[in-house]
Design a binder for this molecule. Structure first.
Ligand code: CTP
Ligand code: MG
Length: 229
């Protein structure tokens, strides 16, 4: 099978509140987005990588990886899902419907090679696809609109959705288009597949595949990196 990578990287990083989007902040001497791309550039079975970048982004073109022939740039969109759809459109001439696409947040630079490999190995013969995920750790409550607890939700049924999320190119493109048409708000790819009545699989991944979101995440990510090398 053929594997394509889609990296949504057109967010502004409002919760980080830095002077540039968080994907361009440096993490132990290398930008977040370069570290994210490195997770895939070393993999032998990747056919190509599409990064969704804002039209007016001055930070991407000056990076060395912007000139890498394995990486192409698609225009970013208003929401993450729009950026992903834009990247998939760019793949349309090259990708076959049955090819796999792995969508991975630019803001997740700590994806470990063994997690990526486990996801691919677990799903490459699957009819639908699935996602890296990690089991919920805390006791989980359903809370009503007034701030009062309705009930405790059985934690063993709850997982945190991570990325990469791996689906067939044709199916993913179709389901995302259908969701857009219906006006649904999606925060990941799997929800578009679920909405079409299918059941993506979860593949347990490391909890330290964190999405850098707030300033303290940078400190945690730096520490995790220092432990890995
Ligand atoms: N993203 C994107 N296009 C958008 C919004 C987000 O490609 N219109 C990307 C981000 O660059 C990030 C990933 O989607 O890699 C996950 O989004 P998030 O963590 O929410 O990043 P931001 O939207 O940049 O952060 P914030 O929500 O705090 O503004
Ligand atoms: Mg966002």
């Amino acid at each position: 099978p053929v594997f394509w990578i889609v990296i949504p990287a057109a967010g502004v990083g409002s919760r980080m509140g830095a002077d540039k989007p968080k994907q361009y902040l440096e993490l132990a001497g290398r930008t977040v987005i370069e570290r994210t791309l490195d997770c895939f550039l070393g993999h032998p079975r990747i056919a190509g990588i599409v990064v969704a970048i804002s039209a007016d982004d001055p930070f991407w073109p000056v990076l060395e990886c912007a000139a890498d022939p394995r990486i192409v740039r698609a225009p970013g969109g208003r929401e993450r899902v729009d950026s992903v759809r834009s990247a998939l459109d760019l793949l349309l001439p090259s990708a076959a419907p049955a090819d796999w696409v792995l969508v991975h947040d630019a803001a997740r630079p700590l994806l470990a090679g063994d997690d990526l490999q486990r996801l691919i190995d677990a799903l490459q013969d699957d009819p639908v696809g699935g996602i890296l995920a990690t089991p919920a750790r805390d006791t989980m409550k359903r809370v009503d609109g007034s701030g009062a607890i309705d009930c405790t939700v059985d934690r063993s049924t709850l997982w945190h959705a991570l990325t990469p999320q791996m689906f067939r190119f044709g199916l993913l493109r179709e389901c995302l288009a259908r969701a857009a048409e219906a006006g649904w708000t999606l925060t990941d790819e799997a929800s578009a597949i679920e909405a079409a009545g299918m059941h993506p699989r979860v593949v347990e991944g490391r909890a330290d595949n964190l999405k850098i979101t707030r300033p303290e995440d940078m400190l945690y990510a730096q520490w995790l990196l220092s432990q890995r090398t």
